[in-house]
Ligand binder design. Structure first.
Ligand code: DLL
Length: 435
């Protein structure tokens, strides 16, 4: 099985542009009529739905950002009545407020189709046994791959994340041929297999579908060696639908974008103007077919580039985007969980025993697993208190961080005035993974 949807995946550029144009014209009408937020934004920019005659007019439309979604929290940008929404997902926002997305039944079907196409790009067929170790829940990873795998007709194992030894037992006993999880978790599984003296020949694994966080080519090779598989990169974001917005086919340039659903642009984040093919910039998506929460020119903050050449590796005509290596904002991805420093700050601001604004976040990768330490300055009165009290405060912060961020952080309390003061911008994040 070479393609899941050959017609779309190998469409000529002219046909694809015609499909995208028809969908964009319809989308703009729909949001103008049904979403006050878009109507106001388009009115302010002086654009009417009738100005949009085809995909080439897309740059007349204003951008949408995470801040816009936050301002309309939770359901203000939905374009259909709640009775049409059948599922809600969410991801971290910059101030602890979640970014919420809603799907109609057709949206879920389009998403499942995107994920099914992605699985086929990684070489899966209905004969595969797909073990899904992405988290199931508000995060889109688990359910996204789950429905994609079911749509393809492969056997789907909804393992979800955690309990590595149990995952390994299931992988072995059920004979999984494909593993879907974050690349960092794939490393952990590989290491545990080796540590426990298990032989790779006891497993039937052939391929991995890894994403939700940036990972290097070195890490790819390491995972492939540790698990004896071929590793593929899958990209997506909750705002646009979830995993399967784009997928690597194993060729050496980037990931194919499901551009009949998600129209990509690359802009210069300073001038907001489009940049030429194969030039780095900020990735922007328009959800051409979405009903629940259509997004127009959504700024992802991810850095990538586009390549419209036909892929010599797989023959797909779907445009490719370069692997995402970084972001234009300060969002951190810790073991697949998105964390904004501003979320950490708002937790700290609510704890009176500490000097609210004096903290530092240290991110590292130890044994291939992301770690996060937050060093926080105590107020002098508390610092001189007994050790038991200090330990209590530490545990309290640790607990609040876990609750708010959804990922654990090591909290280290430090004496007043011990964190470096800077004359200009304070350096709050030290990301040792990048050094
Ligand atoms: O991470 C969706 C997903 C789930 C993708 C499972 C792939 C697999 P969010 O939690 O909303 O959604 O986070 C989206 O994660 O803007 C990127 O910064 C980053 N990201 C996602 N996939 C990749 C990847 C899911 N393959 C944010 N490479 C995005 C690099 C990625 N970064």
């Amino acid at each position: 099985m070479k393609y899941f949807n050959e017609k779309i995946e190998t469409m000529s550029r002219d046909e694809m542009s015609a499909l995208q144009s028809a969908r964009l014209v319809d989308l703009v009408k729909r949001v103008y009529e049904n979403v006050p937020y878009y109507r106001a934004k388009m009115d302010a920019a002086g654009v009417k739905p009738s100005d949009i005659k085809g995909i080439e007019d897309i740059d007349k439309l204003p951008f949408t950002t995470k801040a816009d979604l936050r301002a309309n929290y939770p359901f203000g940008t939905f374009a259909v009545p709640m009775s049409e929404i059948v599922r809600v997902h969410a991801s971290s926002g910059t101030t602890g407020k979640l970014t919420v997305v809603g799907y109609t039944a057709r949206d879920l079907d389009d998403w499942a189709e995107s994920a099914a196409r992605a699985l086929v790009m990684a070489g899966c067929t209905k004969e595969d046994i797909v073990h899904v170790s992405y988290g199931y829940g508000l995060f889109t990873g688990g359910l996204g791959l789950h429905y994609g795998s079911e749509k393809l007709g492969s056997v789907t194992i909804p393992a979800s994340a955690g309990n590595t030894m149990r995952q390994i037992a299931l992988l072995k006993d059920f004979g999984a041929t494909a593993l879907a999880c974050t690349p960092s978790y794939a490393m952990v599984i590989g290491e545990e297999i080796a540590k426990n003296g298990l032989d790779l020949s006891e497993f039937k694994l052939k391929r991995g579908i890894f994403g939700a966080e940036p990972w290097s080519d070195d890490m790819k090779r390491e995972i492939e060696r540790k698990l004896g598989i071929e590793a593929f990169d899958i990209y997506g974001l909750s705002e646009i639908s979830g995993p399967g917005v784009s997928m690597s086919c194993g060729g050496d340039w980037g990931l194919h974008v499901m551009e009949d659903f998600f129209y990509p642009e690359i802009i210069d984040p300073e001038t907001l103007r489009p940049v030429p093919d194969k030039t780095d910039g900020e990735l922007v998506f328009t959800t051409l077919n979405k009903q629940g929460i259509p997004l127009i020119r959504y700024r992802t903050r991810d850095i990538s580039a586009l390549n419209h050449d036909v892929c010599s590796h797989c023959g797909r005509t779907l445009v490719r985007m370069k692997r995402v290596s970084g972001r234009t904002d300060d969002m951190l991805i810790i073991r697949g969980v998105n964390v904004f420093p501003s979320q950490i700050e708002s937790v700290l601001m609510n704890i009176k025993e500490i000097v609210g604004s004096h903290y530092q976040i240290i991110v590292d990768r130890v044994d291939n697993l992301d770690t996060m330490e937050i060093q926080v300055e105590l107020v002098p009165e508390v610092f001189s208190d007994e050790v038991k009290k200090i330990e209590e405060i530490r545990r309290h912060i640790e607990h609040d961080m876990m609750g708010n961020l959804g990922v654990g952080a090591k909290i280290t309390l430090v004496s007043p005035d011990s964190l470096p003061l800077s004359m200009g911008k304070t350096v709050r994040i030290i990301d040792k993974r990048k050094q």
